[in-house]
Design a protein around this ligand. Structure first.
Ligand code: CMP
Length: 140
């Protein structure tokens, strides 16, 4: 297994309900290390740029409205097999399908308000990390 970095976003439903510490504790307990972190408020345009790959999907506009509705915490997680390890801790995108004990099973309100985002591949992780962070801001 290789050491990887992946992008994590704690979404507006998580920041509104003051859940960022509880969710990050799950990541850290699983062995992932937070090597970059900032709390920001996305504009609608920022969200549209970030989720551009979904622009043809019916949920694109509501997803971008939601992601710009309150602050988010964007962070880089590092660890062994970090992309898959992070997604395992998160659980399925739709909380109705998420395994017991996962972040989305325990905290998500719906498929839209699903508390956290994680990169789904090495190519996505590289694009998504560089969308939010410069190399100077990532410190292991
Ligand atoms: P995320 O990992 O942030 O990537 C895109 C988001 O779109 C996803 O989490 C969900 O919150 C949201 N979404 C809403 N409807 C769907 C759907 N049918 N399939 C996938 N993602 C969806």
């Amino acid at each position: 297994m290789a050491i990887e970095q992946t992008l994590s976003i704690l979404k507006p439903d998580a920041t509104r309900r003051n859940l960022t510490g509880e969710i990050n504790a799950r990541f850290e307990k699983s062995g992932l290390r937070i090597v970059a972190q900032k709390r920001i408020r996305l504009t609608m345009q920022d969200a549209m740029n970030f989720y551009k790959e979904h622009e043809a999907r019916p949920f694109y506009k509501s997803l971008c409205e939601f992601m710009s509705s309150a602050p988010v915490v964007v962070q880089v997680l590092q660890g062994e097999d970090a992309i898959a390890a992070h997604r395992k801790v998160l659980g399925a995108t739709n909380p109705a399908n998420a395994d017991a004990g996962t972040v989305r099973k325990d905290f998500a309100l719906s498929i839209d308000e699903n508390s956290a985002h994680g990169s789904d591949s090495a190519a996505s992780a590289a694009r998504e990390i560089s969308f939010f962070f410069s190399s100077l801001e990532i410190v292991g």
